[in-house]
Design a protein around this ligand. Structure first.
Ligand SMILES: *Cc1c(COP(=O)(O)O)cnc(C)c1O
Length: 287
C-alpha cells in the first residue's frame, strides 16, 4: 500500500553548486515521480473492479504507472497503443514488460489509439478515461500536495527556483497553479505547442531559453554525460526528461545567481532500462 509521507528534499553538490533535489523518485518503487503526482487523485477513488481506459506508447512511463495503480487499486486497464514490433515482444523489457507482468492490462493494438480509446469510453461510460499524460484538472490534487511539501521544505531557502521537466507540460503547469516559481524547458514537441498549452492560464511555468534540444528519445552524448555526472553524486535521473532539462538549466544558470535551486525529480528511471540499450548501440556507432 502507499504511505504518503513527504518525499525528502536532499542537498547535493553538483558541478560546484549546491542543489536541492525533491526526491519524488522515492515515492513508491513502481508508482513515483511525475506520473504518480499527476495520477494521485485516482488513488483516493474507489476503483475496485473498474476499467481504466487510456492510450499512448507501449514503453511509456504512463503505461507503467497506470498498471501499478491497477495493482494498488485492484482494477484493470485497457490500453490503446500502436502495433507491437517484433523486438518489443521478444525482448520483454522495461515499462512494457512491467505492465504485462501485472496481468492487469489488456492491450489493443491500433493505428488510431486516441480515437479508439475515446470511442471505447463513449460506449462504456462506466469506464474511467485517462487522457494521454493525464490532464491539468486530474493533476491538481497531487500537485497541491507536492506544492505544500515544497513550501514547508524550502521556506528557509533564498528565493528558491523550482525546476520541473516537461513533455506535454501538464505537470509543470499544474504545479505552477500553486504559486511556486516554476521553471521548465521544452522536452518534446515544439516550443509553440508548449506555449499554446500554457497560454490560457494566468499562472504559468517559465520556459527556459533552449540551449539544448534533441528530438524526443533520441540518444545524445551530452545527455549521457550529465546522466553519468549525476550518478557520481548518487542520483539517477531519467534520460528522456530530466537529463535534457539539466543541460538547459546549466546553460541558463547566470539568470539565477543568488537563488537556491530546487529540482523536482520526475521519476521515470524504470524507463532507463530500454533507453540505455538505445544509448549503448547508438553511441557505439558514434552517433
Ligand atoms: C511523463 C513524464 C514527464 C512529462 O510530463 P508532462 O506532464 O507531460 O509534461 C516528465 N518526466 C517523466 C519521468 C515522465 O514520465
Amino acid at each position: 500500500m502507499l504511505s504518503y509521507i513527504a518525499t525528502p528534499l536532499e542537498k547535493k553538490r553538483f558541478l560546484g553548486r549546491e542543489i536541492y533535489i525533491k526526491r519524488d523518485d522515492l515515492l513508491h518503487p513502481y508508482f513515483s515521480g511525475n506520473k504518480a503526482r499527476k495520477f494521485f487523485s485516482l488513488l483516493a477513488q474507489n476503483l475496485q473492479g473498474k476499467i481504466l481506459v487510456s492510450y499512448g506508447g507501449n514503453q511509456s512511463n504512463a503505461l507503467m504507472s497506470l498498471s501499478a495503480l491497477c495493482e494498488i487499486k485492484d482494477c484493470t486497464l485497457i490500453y490503446f497503443t500502436p502495433p507491437f514490433s517484433e523486438a518489443l515482444i521478444q525482448e520483454m523489457k522495461g515499462n512494457f514488460a512491467f505492465a504485462q507482468n501485472t496481468k492487469r492490462v489488456r492491450f489493443v493494438q491500433t493505428s488510431f489509439p486516441q480515437e479508439e480509446a475515446l470511442s471505447y469510453h463513449d460506449q462504456n461510460l462506466e469506464s474511467v478515461f485517462i487522457p494521454q499524460g493525464g490532464s491539468v484538472e486530474l493533476a491538481m490534487k497531487g500537485m497541491r500536495i507536492l506544492s505544500d511539501e515544497l513550501k514547508v521544505q524550502t521556506c528557509h531557502l533564498n528565493h528558491p527556483v523550482f525546476f520541473y521537466s516537461s513533455g506535454i507540460g501538464t505537470a509543470s503547469l499544474a504545479l505552477a497553479q500553486y504559486d511556486l516559481d516554476v521553471y521548465t524547458a521544452l522536452g518534446a514537441g515544439k516550443m509553440e505547442q508548449l506555449q499554446r498549452y500554457f497560454s490560457p492560464y494566468s499562472k504559468r511555468p517559465n520556459i527556459l531559453e533552449t540551449v539544448f534540444y534533441t528530438p524526443f528519445g533520441k540518444p545524445h552524448q551530452e545527455i549521457w554525460n550529465i546522466y553519468q555526472e549525476w550518478l557520481k553524486v548518487g542520483v539517477e535521473f531519467d534520460l528522456l526528461y530530466d537529463c535534457p532539462l539539466w543541460i538547459n538549466i546549466l546553460g541558463n544558470v547566470k539568470k539565477f545567481e543568488e537563488r537556491d535551486f530546487v529540482f523536482i525529480h520526475s521519476g521515470g528511471t524504470f524507463g532507463n532500462i530500454t533507453q540505455q540499450k538505445r544509448y549503448k548501440s547508438s553511441l557505439k556507432r558514434g552517433r
